[in-house]
Design a protein around this ligand. Structure first.
Ligand SMILES: [Zn+2]
Length: 218
């Protein structure tokens, strides 16, 4: 999304924000991208989301062989976003097991574009995520919030002058609005067992004593 100061805050492409390889690989060589954990037990197919509104401008189908060059990305999607300071801004999602968008298709930020996988030149399942500005790759972590952890458990070290996106106060969700609004939830009919369970939960949270729990049959 575009912030009020003109900067860009990208949406994380996965629901899990665990970085396995950064701008530099853990061995120190240049990666020019980020790798994100997708493994969940034996399952590695996680939904992959568009980082911002845009148009799919490239897709690739893996030929089933690991090679250098473009095929090393495996199944891949690239999205072109609105320009940033008159420069072309694109994001790339690689090693997908499958994707569900077509070139030319408009996507919304957070929209499902495919599923993570182990296609292309990989040693294990992960999502390879790039941010490309005027055909040059830039550190994706400088386009994301600081809401991530490292697989190593260490703190990420940015290059001098680089940092996570700082969200201006004006763009932060207002507090004391939706969170504090009272909602009414009407359920039922439910079994006596379910009703008892809900009553117990409400009692535990002090909602019955505070008069916030009402049952039609109480
Ligand atoms: Zn990678």
């Amino acid at each position: 999304m575009r912030l009020s100061n003109g900067e860009v805050l990208l949406h994380y492409p996965l629901d899990l924000h665990v970085l396995t390889q950064g701008w530099y690989y853990n061995n120190g060589s240049l990666h020019q991208a980020t790798d994100w954990r997708t493994q969940n037990g034996t399952d590695y197919k996680r939904p992959v989301y568009a980082a911002e509104d845009g148009t799919v401008d490239q897709t690739q189908d893996w030929d089933g062989h690991t090679k250098t060059g473009m095929q090393s990305y495996g199944n891949m999607v690239r999205i072109k976003h609105a320009p940033y300071k008159s420069m072309t801004l694109q994001t790339r999602y690689a090693h997908l097991s499958s994707y569900c968008v077509k070139v030319g298709q408009k996507v919304k930020e957070g929209e499902l574009i495919g599923f993570s996988g182990v296609t292309g030149n990989v040693f294990g399942a992960h999502l390879h995520f790039e941010v490309i500005l005027n055909d040059r790759r830039t550190n994706p972590l400088t386009w994301l919030s600081d809401d991530f952890t490292l697989a190593t458990g260490k703190e990420y070290t940015f290059q001098p002058g680089e940092h996570s996106v700082v969200v201006p106060d004006a763009d932060k969700p207002a507090e004391n609005t939706s969170q504090n609004k009272l909602q009414v939830i009407t359920i039922g009919p439910v079994s006596q067992g379910d009703a008892d369970a809900i009553y117990l939960l409400c009692k535990e949270r002090g909602l019955t004593d505070a008069g916030l729990y009402k049952s039609a049959w109480a």
